[in-house]
Write a protein that binds this ligand. Structure first.
Ligand code: PLP
Length: 393
């Protein structure tokens, strides 16, 4: 059975060009970049070239890029570094819709001596800038706000936030794991202090990420060990993955137009056809400010997990809630923060596309989905009750 993969916010296919550049580092070029001999030196040179490519994609300079093992490590490093750099400040700010890589660390810090402000979002998943402004204090050590939400694709006004925090001298970290490669991200335009990226969200392999650290931002390492990454992260580098990450960033710069036009057109077609064919379906999240590849659709009175299982029978891969919460039947924290009604939050599905999706695949999903929802609703007591309730007596 052919797999129709529309779960690219969970992870992406490694691009063939990326795999190709990775392979030599498993057999021919296996030297340690920290070694004194030229065999290792060659690898160090390639490591530097990969750093330059990652930097170029986001307008950074190479020495502002720290390689990590994943987006989660990048986020954790940024937040822990900020609080270590400002030990007297005990207030930290984030939103209610962050990925667990940020949210769970903030919750942990909330139980360990920090006052945490979790900023609310509105029904469209948008932040109110006044809420942010009012929450700032002289005691604020760091603000973490994601560039784009992984579940809904909603994009936050990061430039405006960064400028406001910059003027107040408050450290700002953004989780740009879902944004980089899908929309332009330029740290020359947007004065963030730290920005997290992850390789496997943009067609590189798993096990590699990066943290952008603006020059002049105080920094304290998370992994203490050897002198790798100029003493900012101990541990021998995951060279093959880093080389692949560099290539993926080079490709992403070339493909960003395709993401914004072709991928967006496919997403819009999928979304519009579903809304046209399926009653009681709604889009979650601000449709004007969204990643071009993501749609989060609620089908009232059915369980997202049941939809996923039935789509799986046809080889269609999507997500309910986020990849990290889909193991539980609780509606996702993001949809709850947006006040999506219970009957809709339970039946939410995220489709996230990539440049490898085709129009035939979108047509296939459209063809299969409507009968799936119809069938599930026939079995749903809540759907039957909702219809009965609407009938005039
Ligand atoms: N931040 C966001 C917004 C994400 O979507 C993810 C992964 O889904 C992460 C962080 C974590 O990235 P990684 O899987 O590389 O640790």
């Amino acid at each position: 059975m052919k797999v129709v993969y529309t779960d690219n916010n969970a992870t992406t296919q490694v691009a063939p060009e990326v795999l190709e550049v990775m392979l030599p580092y498993f057999h021919d070029l296996y030297g340690n970049p920290s070694s004194m001999h030229s065999f290792g030196g060659k690898v160090a040179q390639k490591l530097q070239e990969a750093r330059e490519k990652v930097a170029l994609l986001i307008g950074a300079s190479p020495d502002e890029i720290l390689f990590t093992s994943c987006g989660t490590e990048s986020d954790n490093t940024a937040i822990r570094s900020a609080i270590a750099s400002c030990p007297d400040k005990k207030h930290i700010i984030t939103t209610r819709v962050e990925h667990p890589a940020v949210k769970n660390l903030y919750e942990y810090l909330g139980k360990n001596g920090y006052r945490v402000t979790f900023l609310p979002v509105d029904r469209q998943g948008r932040l109110n800038m006044e809420d942010l402004e009012e929450s700032l204090s002289d005691n604020t050590a760091i603000v973490s706000i994601m560039w784009a939400n992984n579940e809904t694709g909603v994009i936050f006004p990061i430039e405006e936030i960064a400028r406001m925090l910059n003027e107040r001298g408050i450290l700002f970290h953004t989780d740009a794991v879902q944004a980089v490669g899908k929309i332009p991200v330029d740290v020359q335009q947007v004065p963030v202090n730290m920005l997290a990226l992850s390789g496997h969200k943009l067609h590189a392999s798993k096990g590699v990420g990066a943290l952008y650290i603006r020059k002049g931002t105080p920094f304290s390492p998370f992994l203490i060990g050897g002198h790798q990454e100029r003493g900012r992260r101990g541990g021998t580098e995951n060279i093959a993955s880093i080389i692949g990450f560099g290539k993926a960033c080079e490709l992403a710069a070339k493909n960003i137009k395709q993401e914004q036009v072709q991928v967006k057109d496919l997403r819009d077609k999928l979304e519009n056809e579903i809304l046209r064919q399926v009653p009681n379906a709604m889009i979650n999240g601000d449709r004007k400010h969204r990643l071009p590849n993501t749609t989060n659709i609620s089908f009232e009175y059915v369980e997202g997990e049941a939809i996923l299982l039935m789509m799986n029978e046809f080889g269609i891969c999507a997500s309910s809630g986020s990849a990290c919460t889909s193991g539980s039947l609780e509606p996702s924290h993001v949809l709850r923060a947006m006040d999506v009604p219970f009957t809709a939050a339970h039946g939410s599905i995220r489709f996230s596309l990539s440049i490898y999706n085709t129009e035939e695949e979108i047509d296939f999903i459209i063809e299969k989905l409507s009968p799936i929802i119809k069938r599930l609703r026939e079995l749903s007591q809540f759907w039957t009750e909702s219809k009965t309730a609407q009938r005039p007596c």
